[in-house]
Design a protein around this ligand. Structure first.
Ligand code: IVH
Length: 669
């Protein structure tokens, strides 16, 4: 084919694909079957393969995801990306309304929008072309994630007018995509995402755009940051204009003439939120007139012309039928309530955490009780309280067992602990949980060994301890349920690759009490080989910065056990490396920062990064993250809805940061 012919055909294909994509992803109203779209896209890909010089930057084929980046670039936001003040009740909303009226008089109209639970992004268009997309970051500087945002089909690559525009919106993962993704992760034995927000943020913080491309993300735009050559007098008209330009604007945005109407809107969505195919966590209320925005201005942190009404954490009532006991890796026995299935926050809940025996007693939980269950973002919801007035007399007292539900050895309560423990090192439950830990991402990182596969390996008596993983046979694995040739080969490769891991992964994976991932790294760095560590005395260990008495004693006690010596000999003869392989690049780049040597507690909900990401960043900068606030805590980072930990920090006079300040310091570091 001649080049000019190809050029014409490619141009026509792009226009057609863009239009079909717009109807499908922006308007939610497809006009051709998927097969037709795929056919045209494949044809365009074929032509782009033949004539690479004719590929354009806004070709629909970029949705597939291009080459990975080596690092994220920083982007300064020309107009800061602020966050919003919160309202938790109708009274808070009336107070907000009163403050607005005091400033601008009584003729105020509001726009109510859904508050999408995803990741805030900024999109920049020059002459109508999408040129740059960034995260919010600390509000002043974000990260350039253009490569990932281009894969989101709801983001137009070219607008219907050739304008200069910076627009803000929320990238999110629809509920059904989230469920499919987590089901696949579970199948593959990978860690699941806690909620669609983390899944969306995690997908967009990847260097490789092919990952985001597969994640079915979408985006609603909700405000204009900057627009040249066009005057708009209300926010609502701005939304309509964005719609005309080809953006996906949420259809539920409503103009309200009074605060009563605003409150009615929030009440309606508390009920209706679960009918939506995406998650929302509240309603955003904005003054409509842009002249009033000017007059109202900003506080130090928030605009005075908008607020976010947050939905209460959802609570439902159901019946607790049974209490199940699970023995964890360290022998701790945790009670979990088995409930009559009930719909909470869009998913069916059958189990809820009861934490420990003290809590069961404190809340006076009996089998058969009617209980209130709360879901606060986590996968396993918790029992909040018992509705004692619903008791019939048929409820049965629950007593924690005296013996391990798995191996029947006597349970003990160690001094100063609320938890009951099984101390039998041969307890099958502990071994199984220990294996799950051994293969997990921060330990030996063996992909393809999820809980289900491990349980099967146990049931078939193919493994009894972690060393047995290294003598698994192809033919044995092929016998297992849902293990095809390909998964078996992948698994065997992953196991073989793990033999080359640096010492710290093995140390962490062994699950020595009190030795977390960070301590394992310190130990590996200091002692360099397993033998050296094995021979270390308590004094040798205490000489290492960051190793305290409890940990030193636990390490010495661990290596003194004959079964540990046998296990290590088995691992060694299987070819598992027991040497420190040098600093990880991230660490060698490590510089002294504010976080170096500090103990940090994270609490409340962070919106810009997940808890895990925050922890990784702090640890990479030499800090330690712990779960509870004490005098030893140097810093508490309080996200939204932070509760008792924030109060405790205030009481103890510990430095307290909000998320914006935290991100600012991370970026500085
Ligand atoms: S407007 C200055 N509208 O909520 C006001 N924000 O704390 C800018 N969000 O980080 C925000 N849905 O990511 C606005 N319809 C909506 C929103 C929305 C979700 C998020 C946004 C921001 C946070 C506000």
């Amino acid at each position: 084919m001649e080049k000019h012919q190809a050029e014409q055909e490619m141009d026509a294909l792009r226009k057609e694909l863009e239009d079909y994509g717009y109807h499908y992803y922006v308007l939610d109203a497809p006009i051709v079957p998927d097969s037709e779209y795929d056919k045209l896209l494949n044809r365009l890909l074929e032509l782009e393969g033949q004539f690479p010089e004719l590929i354009t930057e806004d070709s629909p084929t970029v949705r597939i995801g291009g080459e990975p980046l080596s690092a994220f670039k920083k982007v300064a936001h020309r107009v800061p990306m602020m966050s919003l003040g919160n309202a938790f009740s109708a009274q808070d909303l009336r107070d907000f309304d009163r403050r607005v009226r005091q400033n601008v008089g009584d003729e105020v109209a509001y726009v109510c929008e859904l508050k999408f639970d995803g990741l805030a992004v900024s999109l920049t268009y020059e002459e109508g072309r999408f040129v740059r997309g960034a995260t919010r970051g600390d509000g002043t500087t974000g990260e350039d994630i253009t490569h990932n945002l281009k894969t989101i089909p709801a983001i137009p690559l070219r607008l219907k007018e050739n304008v200069m525009l910076e627009v803000r919106g929320e990238a999110y993962m629809p509920k059904h995509s989230f469920e499919t993704l987590n089901a696949a992760k579970e199948e593959a034995g990978e860690e699941k995402f806690a909620n669609p927000r983390n899944a969306a943020a995690g997908s967009l913080r990847q260097l490789d755009p092919k990952i985001a491309a597969k994640r079915n993300l979408s985006l609603f735009v909700y405000s204009i940051g900057e627009l040249t050559g066009k005057n708009m007098d209300t926010h609502y008209k701005g939304l309509m204009y964005l719609d005309e330009l080809g953006f996906k604007v949420n259809k539920e945005a409503t103009r309200c003439e009074s605060m009563d109407d605003v409150i009615a809107y929030t009440e309606r969505w508390v009920e209706k939120r679960h009918e939506l195919p995406y998650e929302i966590d509240g309603v955003v209320i904005k003054v409509d007139s842009l002249a009033m925005h000017e007059r109202l201005g900003f506080t130090a942190k928030f605009p005075r012309w908008a607020t976010a009404y947050k939905f209460p954490a959802e609570e439902v009532v159901t019946v607790l039928r049974e209490i199940e006991l699970n023995v964890g890796r360290t022998g701790v026995v945790t009670p979990t309530a088995l409930l009559d299935p009930v719909l909470v926050a869009g998913t069916t809940v059958r189990r809820a955490s009861l934490h420990n025996e003290d809590l069961i007693r404190e809340k006076d939980v009996k089998l058969g009780d009617t209980v209130v269950v709360k879901k606060a973002g986590d996968i396993i919801p918790e029992v909040v309280s018992v509705l004692t007035e619903k008791r019939t007399g048929d409820e049965v007292d629950f007593a924690m067992p005296t013996h391990c539900p798995e191996c029947d050895s006597q349970l003990e309560r160690l001094e100063g602990e609320v938890a009951l423990r099984c101390l039998n090192p041969k307890c099958p439950a502990q071994i199984r949980e220990g294996l799950i830990h051994f293969v997990s991402r921060n330990a030996m990182n063996i992909d393809g060994l999820g809980e289900k596969v491990i349980s099967q390996l146990f049931a078939h008596e193919l493994i009894a301890d972690v060393a047995d993983l290294y003598s698994l046979k192809r033919e044995d694995l092929l016998e297992l349920e849902r293990m095809g040739e390909k998964s078996v080969d992948n698994l065997l490769t992953a196991i073989a690759v793990s033999k080359e891991n640096s010492l710290e992964r093995l140390l962490f994976g062994l699950g020595i009490r009190f030795v977390g991932a960070k301590a394992a790294r310190t130990l590996a760095e200091q002692f360099e080989t397993m033998e050296a560590l094995q021979e270390a005395s308590e004094e040798d260990l205490l000489a290492v910065n960051e190793i305290g008495e409890k940990m030193a004693a636990s390490i010495v006690a661990y290596y003194a056990k004959p079964e540990v010596r046998t296990l290590l000999a088995e691992l060694r003869s299987a070819g598992v490396s027991m040497e420190f392989k040098g600093k990880q690049p991230r660490e060698s780049e490590q510089v002294d920062s504010f976080f170096t040597g500090k103990t940090v507690v994270l609490t409340g909900k962070l919106s810009e990064l997940t808890r895990n990401e925050a922890q990784e960043r702090i640890e990479a900068l030499g800090g330690t993250v712990t779960g509870s606030v004490s005098k030893k805590t140097d810093l508490v980072v309080a996200g939204e809805d932070a509760g008792s930990k924030q109060k405790k920090a205030e009481t103890l006079g510990i430095e307290l940061w909000n998320e914006a300040k935290f991100i600012e310091e991370l970026e500085k570091a």
